[in-house]
Design a binder for this molecule. Sequence first.
Ligand code: UDP
Ligand code: MG
Length: 322
Amino acid sequence: MISVVIPAYNEEENVPLLYEKLKKVLDALGEEYEIIFVDDGSTDRTPEILKKLAEKDPRVKVIRFRRNYGQTAALQAGFEYAKGDVVITMDADLQNDPEDIPRLLEKLNEGYDIVSGWRKDRKDPFLSRKLPSAIANWIISKVTGVKLHDYGCTLKAYRSDITKRYRLYGDMHRFLPALAKRFGAKIAELPVKHHPRIYGKSKYGIDRTLRVILDIFLVKFLNEYITRPLYLFGGLGFLLFFIGFLLGLYLTFVKLVLGQDIGHRPLLILSVLLILSGIQLVSTGLIAELIVRTYYESKGEKPYVIEETINLEERKGHDASA
Ligand code: UDP
Ligand code: MG
């Protein structure tokens, strides 16, 4: 079964058109499917339109948020309710093309867990959208090690084994493939069509740049240090402490052996500062370790994902999620 998850925020003109196109493509596939619209607190006629669609077609399902929570929350809700073995996500604004879905599914069946759309010929303004996005894609690829040309394309196909593991907060929808690296997802990229937005307005501007940069740090941290935060904080802490300690030794030597005054020396302040921040960082690392343990234990989760077991019985508890 295929679940299509579509976040929609004030897309009244687009939703009916998208439904028609989507229905055609999905009917032709000849598989069972559901279309889950997540109305992200729209203030236009989107909710009524979705309600009508759902009354006519029981395969249309609607999650309606009380207010606007953002695209990440909408996707997370869709993932939680999706019943399919395969989950397709796409925008409601007709910029993604449902006709690409069969190709995404084909690629997925070659043995991937995520097939990510690549808007090779993207129809958006250059300066405000395409350039920042190109830079962001480059940085995210470098930092996370998951190399994709287009992180921002919502049109993707996932195995539900992956989508069920996501615990998304903030603006994490931009990093879904990178986050899936934590549970060993095999990821492929496929060029898809992209259309200019005709109805309604884009919900994002250039202001998201700073948030994206901070989020990159978060993703890197989640991917590499979530199960051992002490290595990150403690490593840096020890380094700073050690440098501070050496400076302190040198100053002690200057004072006791050479008999010079050290009270006025900037080096003294630096030494004290380094020692203190070193201790702080190590303690932060230790506290982070406790928090991580609480996190996994409280959810009964394991910090690893098992592909298969042989000659072993099922055990209680779940694998990792992010
Ligand atoms: N969207 C949403 N909640 C928001 C902002 C956007 O559900 O707070 C939806 C929006 O309706 C669209 C998709 O997310 O279906 C992508 O938004 P948009 O087209 O504005 O982004 P862009 O294509 O300009 O990056
Ligand atoms: Mg769009």
